[in-house]
Ligand binder design. Structure first.
Ligand code: FAD
Length: 305
């Protein structure tokens, strides 16, 4: 119930404008978002790198409805990648990109062209790009664009969502040499026709997908805060003889930081998903949808005025 309230709030631009303008809510968001601009992202990335963590930086862009906005997102990422390299933060830091922000809903050829430019900037910076997964209507287009990008930039990463019924098949397709696949549960509100709804069914799907990725030839990136799934991933890595360099864990900035440190101290690669940008409101609502108990953290701060 609370999950759907927060997911609806994430899509409400009116509420977003109201909440985003309140200084208090901005301060509360800081725990989960690096800040508004590239300088904030660099500062937070430096702190994470100093703690021995890898990073994937995500720019929280306004919703893209014109080609100009998509171009601005491309330019933001090329600037970000140049500055990450100048600051000596690559290859520890890579970037995560939403194709919708690069114009996928306007024209997927445009999104491909701009994503290619971001991949080129990442290659110049000595790092790579991962394409975030969005709602299920974009999955086919995203995987097609991924295949196109990987012809020139084979290290471009994919994200697969365990809640989608199709994902076991996608894991099989992508568990090949050189392929980087982030496996997560999935963060959107999806219909039963395409997605498991019961949390236990989603967890079981996650484990089936994990088995395929860990036994395959690619590089699995296990994105979860769920202690049980983390333990299963460690077990599968041992079972399939993967060394600590042959897979990684990923968690969101500000979430389970002690667990991030514990895994890193144990010799694991741990990559932190680090968002920055003025459009933090929708991102924050999705996190609250996943973990409504965090609402006490924001409680008063989310009420503007
Ligand atoms: P949950 O189902 O949220 O939690 C399960 C259990 O984990 C809880 O019961 C609790 O035991 C434990 N737990 C969780 N959080 C905490 C906490 N803060 N403190 C203590 N215990 C906790 N989704 C997409 O749709 N597309 C993407 O591209 C995408 N990229 C992602 C990238 C990363 C790095 C991560 C970590 C997630 C990403 N997600 C993405 C979001 C993902 O799909 C899930 O919605 C989100 O991670 C919540 O699921 P979970 O596996 O972490 O566990």
């Amino acid at each position: 119930m609370l999950r759907s309230v927060f997911l609806a709030a994430a899509d409400s631009s009116r509420l977003g404008r109201l909440v985003s303008s309140a200084t208090l809510s901005k301060n509360a968001a800081r725990r989960f978002v690096a800040g508004d601009d590239v300088a904030d992202a660099l500062r937070a990335a430096r702190e994470l790198a100093d703690d021995g963590l890898a990073i994937t930086v995500d720019h929280l862009a306004p919703e893209t409805s014109t080609a100009e906005q998509a171009k601005a997102v491309r330019d933001e990422y090329t600037e970000l990648l140049g500055r990450l390299a100048s600051a000596g933060l690559t290859p520890a830091a890579e970037v995560s990109v939403k194709l919708s922000a690069l114009g996928q809903r306007i024209d997927d050829k445009l999104a491909f062209e701009y994503a290619l430019a971001v991949c080129a900037a990442a290659a110049d910076a000595g790092t790579s790009v991962t394409l975030d997964a969005e709602d299920h209507t974009t999955t086919d287009s995203t995987l097609e664009i991924l295949a196109g990008l990987r012809k020139d930039y084979p290290s471009t990463g994919a994200v697969l969502q365990a809640y989608l019924r199709r994902t076991e098949g996608d894991c099989r397709e992508l568990a090949t040499t050189g392929s980087r696949v982030r496996l997560c549960k999935g963060a959107y509100s999806e219909p039963e026709s395409v997605a498991f709804q019961d949390p236990l069914d989603i967890d079981k799907s996650f484990v089936r997908c994990l088995n395929i990725l860990m036994s395959g030839e690619g590089y699995p990136m296990v994105a979860t805060h769920d202690a049980r799934l983390i333990a299963i991933a460690e077990d599968r890595a041992r079972w399939f003889d993967r060394s600590a360099e042959e897979y990684e864990f990923q968690m969101l900035y500000g979430m389970r930081t002690e667990e991030q440190a514990r895994l890193a101290a144990g010799g694991n690669i741990v990559r932190v998903y680090l968002p920055y940008g003025e459009q933090w409101y929708g991102y924050l609502m999705r996190r609250l949808a996943e973990r409504p108990s965090s609402v006490s953290l924001f409680g008063r701060a989310l009420v503007p005025g």
